[in-house]
Design a protein. Structure first.
Length: 245
């Protein structure tokens, strides 16, 4: 079968037209893709929830200074027993009371010029007591009665009660979802005036959590985790990018 000249020409024209049409379709697709990439909006959504602490911890530091190490251990053991009796008498269960190991160090004499010598003058013996309770109000009130221990000649330093939320991880998951929803609502509000519409979420980045007292506005770039207040506020943020149609 012989191919005539006009058939060759026609085939060439068809191929050329096909190339032009393919180039047009490809170019249009690239333009639409670039347009899709550039027509985006980035917003930050937030969500917060007030929570009540359901567990607490209180640390009492015992310390005594005596002429001999033996006397120091004896005094600390006596003070530890008094502490335990005090806690049990005020409704703390024994399983929620823990004593750290006893530590000690030497105190050296000084010269009249204030220089330290190699001669031991006394010994300092110390121990920590940790009290835990799910009854935060009870432990709070108990921490205000340290004068009863001091009146028993116990040399101690009581720290502030620390308050915690046991299901904080579950709350964080919930807050992230609500923060993402808030981000979309903000994006929709921003483009509403231009008759635009929000499309798919292109990306999302979770911010740090701020756990602060209810009335606090304190924030930190690394996140804030307050343990000083029974009533807390958990704040979550999500930075998201949406396509604008």
């Amino acid at each position: 079968m012989q191919i005539k000249d006009y058939q060759v020409v026609l085939l060439g024209v068809m191929i050329a037209l096909g190339c032009v049409f393919s180039t047009y379709i490809l170019s249009k697709s690239i333009i639409e893709f670039q347009k899709l990439q550039t027509q985006t909006i980035r917003v930050t959504g937030s969500a917060s929830q007030n929570v009540t602490s359901d567990s607490s911890s209180w640390v009492i530091n015992l310390r005594t200074r005596t002429a001999t190490l033996k006397d120091g251990y004896a005094k600390l053991n006596s003070d530890s027993k008094k502490i335990k009796e005090f806690l049990l008498a005020n409704g703390i269960e024994e399983k929620n009371i823990s004593f750290s190991s006893i530590g000690s160090y030497e105190n050296y004499k000084r010269t009249v010029n204030g220089n330290t010598t190699n001669e031991v003058e006394s010994y300092t013996v110390y121990q920590g007591v940790t009290v835990k309770s799910n009854e935060t109000a009870k432990l709070t009130e108990l921490s205000k009665k340290t004068d009863e221990l001091i009146n028993q000649d116990i040399n101690m330093n009581a720290e502030n009660v620390q308050y915690y939320v046991s299901n904080l991880d579950d709350i964080k998951v919930k807050m992230v979802g609500e923060a993402a929803k808030n981000a979309k609502q903000r994006a929709q509000s921003m483009v509403k005036g231009t008759n635009g519409h929000i499309g798919a979420m292109n990306s999302a980045k979770m911010g740090v959590f701020q756990i602060v007292p209810v009335d606090s506005t304190e924030v930190s770039d690394y996140g804030y985790n307050d343990t000083s207040a029974i009533e807390k506020k958990v704040v979550a943020t999500v930075s998201a990018t949406f396509t604008v149609k």
